[in-house]
Design a binder for this molecule. Sequence first.
Ligand SMILES: Cc1cc2nc3c(=O)[nH]c(=O)nc-3n(C[C@H](O)[C@H](O)[C@H](O)COP(=O)(O)OP(=O)(O)OC[C@H]3O[C@@H](n4cnc5c(N)ncnc54)[C@H](O)[C@@H]3O)c2cc1C
Length: 403
Amino acid sequence: MAEPGVAPRAGAAGSPRIAIVGAGPVGLSVALQLRQLGSQAELRLFDAQPHAGAATADPRVLALSEGSRQLLQALGAWPADAATAIRSIHVSQHAAGLASLPRVMLRAQDSGLAALGYTVRYGELLLALQGAARAAGIDVRYGTPVRVQPGDASARLLADGDGSGDAQPVPQDFDLAVLAEGGAFHDQRQRELHRDYAQTALIGHLRCDRAHDGLAVERFTEHGPVALLPRGADYALVWCVPPQQAQDVLRGEPAQALQALQRLLPACCGRALELRLFGSYPLGLNARVRARQGRTVQLGNAAQTLHPVAGQGLNLGLRDSATLARLLAGVPESGLDAALRRYELARAPDRVALLGLTDLLARAFTWGAPPAAALRAGALAALSAAAPLRRALQRRMVFGWRG
Ligand SMILES: Cc1cc2nc3c(=O)[nH]c(=O)nc-3n(C[C@H](O)[C@H](O)[C@H](O)COP(=O)(O)OP(=O)(O)OC[C@H]3O[C@@H](n4cnc5c(N)ncnc54)[C@H](O)[C@@H]3O)c2cc1C
């Protein structure tokens, strides 16, 4: 690992010097893929966390698509023992007083896949990626929050924050800065595309009396979506509610919360027996229109933070990382600008599609007017009846939208 304040040694002749800001799942994934593709670039990774273990206790359970599993497996960073397969997804809406409403079942077998996706805890995934990075000889400098001054031919890294970290870098110039500093909606600065959904995601663990058999549930309610993700023998819960209700639930009696949740769930889950809540996240959309500025490129949550409905944020970020690594590998410093232009073009369809889709899903089911309820029911019924449309949607949720 380089000493603080020492400028990075030059890469192989003509190879760029690249700084990756943020060693979360997306930043580590870029670094690993660049190395795997044989890139000779000089890589430096910086992370604000005080040490590698600081974020591994993050209790968020993520649904990762089969496409993400394949990517992580190829990097030697798939935590197979910690993953639970999602074999089918039940999508429906809850409407008080209406007993029979259309539902959509997405099944892995309809796409010829063993699973539509998998659930892993954020911390378990991070540990797997950190292990793969160590094995590949990739160092991360922790305790180094940095900010970047973008330039046309280089990017300058400066120490961020109060300077109390133990390895603050002095200003350094790199040929390229890859911003993967992620974050969640509530701790990010506002970007060009910004919407506060006035929803808070309560995350937790739910035990029901019926075995899930790989079933995930996406239930749209008038206050926000509720997702149950198979996790071991039980479910991981993401329950989106208005902020005040989230506070009431967190402060109130667990038995009351369990009852309220039970009323929202479809019958296929059985009876809810035990609920444990771990925390909450305010939800919103916060995205940049452009993914690059001069010699600075953003990806993952640094480029777009989405509503977790449909569980797409990290899946999208991992696809960002795969495209960026593919376009940068083998490119000399003189070819960086063209590679970044290609990156922005290549990622636009996937980014735009998921920004639009998650924004629509996060809001459309909360619209209260009667025609809206009929339209929603009609859309679900159409999707349920049209097998080719369902399969096409399924494939795109697993492998992304390609231009
Ligand atoms: C409740 C909830 C449920 C979710 N469910 C899903 C799901 O089911 N499926 C899915 O795909 N996605 C899901 N997501 C989204 C997913 O968590 C994010 O998309 C993902 O974590 C983004 O990864 P990242 O590497 O871009 O950023 P992060 O995970 O935020 O990592 C960023 C890293 O950068 C570091 N950093 C930050 N600032 C600096 C700085 N100035 N200098 C140096 N380092 C810095 C941080 O310490 C961190 O290590 C969910 C999100 C929430 C809130």
